[in-house]
Write a protein that binds this ligand. Structure first.
Ligand SMILES: [Zn+2]
Length: 317
């Protein structure tokens, strides 16, 4: 026995086996933790979405930091081709530079959330400054689209209890992520794929950034996740399908399609339904009409809006 242990110890394969066992142990523990221990999806006292419903094979694709121009357009093209709806957490000063892209996001059925005006670490500034950051981003998106936001993600996911309560007071649900590619640094598209696929589970909120590498990785990543049986939902849809559902009005479709942003017809026809807005104050009415100079509301654009309002109705039901 002793000799066997000594031989095992001296074998050149021992370190490799040890590392392999350690890796398998870590993976197993993580899966067990996600499956049986950290199953909570939503923290009600702070309105924080931690993850989607772990019993549903669906994921929310979230794309942060844009809009940037070329990469955003490429990402929107891919999403349209793949018929996937995502949630964009936009930075207010970039919204002011590319208001047309934010309109296009909403027009094509994506959701837009608040990611501050200048992307500071919110716990490193005062609470009052954090409020101004969120308000200024909200104003920039409203200027561009006439729509409000109900979702917020702090830059660098840097938050504390006070910040979560501030966001909550301002009417936001804070959105965490659980699959991350580290693509805010230069990283090869293959690596983005690998990292995301490794971390994605049913109910994952996937974090990507509005970068060139990500836009290159996106088509194959979506294809692979689809072939793994995942369905893509927006964050609002994910919230409405939690074990204890949380219902928010979505701003997807808040802007009608214009001729320039009109996608290929992938829209399913639905019976017209009227959505009940969550709160009158948050619905752009006649007094706070959109400031954008939109195009014609042709039949298809109206159907797209109805398609999205259907989710609002579903959420209310
Ligand atoms: Zn960010």
């Amino acid at each position: 026995m002793k000799r066997m242990l000594v031989r095992l110890w001296q074998s050149r394969w021992t370190p490799a086996c040890f590392v392999l066992l350690l890796g398998l142990g870590y993976y197993g523990a993580k899966r067990f933790d996600q499956r049986y221990i950290h199953r909570e999806s939503y923290d009600l006292p702070t309105d924080l979405l931690i993850r989607g419903n772990p019993d549903l094979r669906e994921v929310a694709l979230t794309i942060d930091d844009g809009p940037y121009g070329k990469t955003t357009s490429e990402i929107l093209d891919t999403l349209r081709k793949e018929d996937v709806k995502a949630t964009f957490f936009v930075v207010g000063r970039h919204v002011d530079e590319h208001p047309d892209l934010v309109r296009q996001m909403m027009a094509e059925g994506h959701e837009v959330g608040n990611h501050t005006y200048t992307h500071p670490r919110l716990t490193q500034i005062t609470l009052q400054q954090a409020r101004v950051e969120l308000e200024e981003c909200e104003d920039a998106v409203f200027r561009a689209t006439g729509a409000h936001m109900d979702l917020m993600r702090p830059p660098g996911m840097n938050y504390d209890e006070r910040l979560l309560h501030l966001a909550q007071d301002m009417g936001y649900t804070t959105v965490h992520w659980n699959a991350v590619a580290g693509d805010y640094l230069p990283v090869k598209p293959e690596m983005i794929m690998k990292r995301i696929l490794w971390q994605t589970h049913p109910g994952s909120v996937i974090l990507l950034h509005d970068t060139e590498e990500t836009s290159q990785a996106l088509p194959r990543l979506i294809e692979r996740l689809k072939s793994d049986g995942y369905r893509f939902v927006t964050v609002t849809q994910m919230l409405a399908r939690l074990p204890r559902p949380v219902f928010l009005a979505s701003n997807a479709g808040a802007v009608p399609l214009t001729t320039e942003t009109k996608p290929e017809p992938t829209v399913k026809r639905h019976r017209a339904v009227k959505a009940k807005p969550r709160s009158a104050a948050k619905t752009p009415g006649t007094e706070d009409a959109p400031t954008w100079d939109g195009g014609n509301q042709d039949e298809e654009s109206i159907l797209v809006r109805l398609e999205n309002q259907r989710f609002a109705v579903y959420a209310e039901a």
